[in-house]
Write a protein of this length. Structure first.
Lengths: 301, 272
């Protein structure tokens, strides 16, 4: 992501104010970030080692909050639901987005309309996306029920049934974020060199051979980055669930972020919730860094 | 020929999948609640704008919109100015111990951490500063989030601009900062636009912190206000749909207007 920028850096001479300039230019941004992000981060770490009652700390409990997480069935369930949700959504998005990008690689009439329309799902406010899907899934007023009734069927139950609600949530995420996958992968496909493909065509290679031997291997880095970006993002999903199901029915769609939010604001267990969020943060960072390392190795070989 | 047909069919299918949910939202917003629940019509038989009127007369959607616009404008503007300076410093200067690189990496790391992680301490911070339920509290929070990716995005745009141009300006007597302001900044304008657009999208749509940090129409943003409406009246589908349309309209309109820059901003980084 920073390739080559270091090499292109120049050191310009300066005197007086110019010497202080880099620090002066960095200072405002860093001040804001330190005050509003880094200090709370540190504060959160501190809170995670404490027990709270009625919103104020009452005792230092060391790492107890962290240890407690792993024997908390609700936490483990939320973690499992989150992992399932992320894995399913991102896989579907990657496959569909890639297929769509390959499909759109050849210019044809209507492609501009398609690309414009595909922007809509990912720019709509996530809260509104959730409203859209509630209006689709609602058993009394929903689109699915209306369609089913129009064709002679009965009410369709989505949000009241644990499995259906979970699938419904995945469908929402796929609807919302496949377009982003598509755009990233399309940009990647368009930046591939032409020569190997022309050579393959001269050699008479079939479409599947070209894909398996050329397109896919060359696209691997872009695909990996897109998947990593989406995975990190999906891990923090909150808005859509909050409005669509609020985690229910039961705990069927209660993602880790929802559980943490409820722990903090509904059950007022500030310290425990802080420990939970620190743990999520560490998991996501570990995920991101191992992904970056993996990508570097792929790049090098 | 069959190739062409399959293309047309695929295009229609994709368009339908994307647009049908949106059609249903808009169409529901034009029906009365009676029509929605009792008749289950597929399109509004008696279209009405009552749902929209009610949002503004009874549900304070005017304030939500104002709050959203004010908060988005200030947090994006401040983050852009501050971020552009920081990004330039990282792109052009070499500090002792490679400090500028470390700052860049540090901001990127902060960007990766899901925002929900610092929700509680930010809430406690705003509580202690008396900034809950105020524009200022939201602006401070969103500005900080925006700075982390503004710096990171703009750094790559500045790096693409040849340093010779600035050197020429400085030989002609410009100061370092003057060269930045008069030469580099205008050249990086498309990149800055892409960054700004991305920041507007993210900020306008933000919900989690608005949920925790605001409580009344005094500071509630559009997504926050919309969600409140849902909590309170569970089966008022007509209002909910109209709120969805009003909530999404400004940002969708904006996105389609600046489409080209938007795609560049969204796909950047990933392909590089």
């Amino acid at each position: 992501m920073r390739t080559g920028t270091q090499a292109r850096k120049y050191r310009l001479q300066g005197a007086g104010l110019d010497l202080a300039l880099p620090y002066l230019m960095l200072a405002p941004g860093l001040t804001i970030v330190l005050g509003v992000l880094v200090y709370p981060l540190w504060d959160g770490l501190r809170a995670s080692t404490r027990a709270y009652r009625y919103g104020s700390p009452v005792a230092d409990v060391g790492l107890q909050n962290y240890l407690h997480l792993w024997s908390d069935a609700q936490f483990l369930n939320a973690l499992w639901v989150t992992v399932k949700f992320v894995a399913l959504s991102v896989s579907f998005e990657a496959v569909l987005g890639f297929a769509l990008a390959l499909f759109c690689l050849h210019e044809f009439r209507g492609i501009r309309l398609l690309r414009t329309v595909l922007i809509i799902p990912m720019v709509i406010t996530p809260v509104v996306v959730a409203i859209v899907f509630r209006l689709i899934y609602a058993s009394d007023a929903g689109m699915l029920t209306a369609l089913s009734k129009a064709t002679g069927g009965g009410e369709v139950q989505i949000l009241g049934n644990p499995l259906n609600a979970f699938i419904g949530l995945v469908a929402l995420d796929v609807w919302e974020w496949t377009p982003l996958m598509f755009l990233i992968l399309l940009a990647g496909l368009q930046s591939l060199p032409h020569e190997p493909f022309e050579a393959a065509r001269v050699d008479g290679a079939g479409a599947w051979r070209v894909f398996a031997d050329l397109t896919f291997p060359m696209m691997r880095p872009v695909l990996a980055v897109a998947i990593v970006l989406r995975t990190i993002d999906a891990f923090g999903t909150f808005d859509q669930v909050f409005v669509l199901t609020r985690g229910g029915p039961g705990e069927a769609t209660r993602l880790i972020s929802i559980y943490g939010y409820d722990t903090a604001f509904k059950f007022q267990q500030t310290g425990y919730a802080a420990a939970l969020f620190v743990t999520i943060g560490l998991v996501v960072l570990a995920l991101a860094f191992s992904a970056i390392r993996l990508l570097r190795r792929v790049d090098a070989s | 020929m069959s190739n062409r047909l399959s293309r047309i069919l695929t295009t229609i299918f994709v368009l339908a999948v994307v647009l049908l949910p949106i059609y249903w939202l808009v169409s529901t917003s034009l029906k009365s609640n009676r029509e929605i629940t009792q008749e289950g019509t597929l399109y509004p038989h008696v279209p009405t704008l009552d749902n929209y009127v009610r949002l503004f007369t009874e549900k304070q959607f005017g304030s939500y919109l104002t709050n959203s616009l004010v908060v988005t404008f200030f947090s994006v503007a401040i983050a852009l100015i501050v971020g552009a300076m920081g990004a330039y410093a990282i792109a052009r200067f070499r500090l002792p111990f490679a400090a500028e690189r470390k700052v860049g990496l540090f901001l990127l790391t902060l960007r990766i951490i899901p925002p929900v992680v610092i929700l509680i301490p930010v809430y406690l911070l705003m509580l202690s500063l008396g900034l809950l339920d105020s524009w200022l509290g939201l602006i401070a929070t969103y500005t900080a989030f925006n700075v982390t990716f503004c710096v990171w995005m703009m750094e790559s745009f500045f790096s693409e601009i040849p340093v010779d141009l600035e050197e020429a300006a400085m030989v002609d007597g410009d100061s370092r900062f003057g060269a930045f302001r008069r030469i580099t900044l205008p050249l990086a304008a498309p990149g800055l636009a892409a960054t700004a657009i991305f920041a507007v999208l993210v900020t306008f749509n933000e919900f989690l912190f608005a949920l925790a940090l605001t409580a009344t129409p005094r500071a509630m943003t559009m997504p926050r206000g919309t969600a409140t409406l849902i909590g309170r009246i569970d089966t008022d589908w007509a209002s909910m749909a109209a709120a969805g349309v009003i909530g999404a309209l400004p940002i969708v309109f904006f996105a389609l207007l600046v489409q080209r820059h938007l795609v560049r901003g969204l796909t950047m980084g990933a392909v590089k």
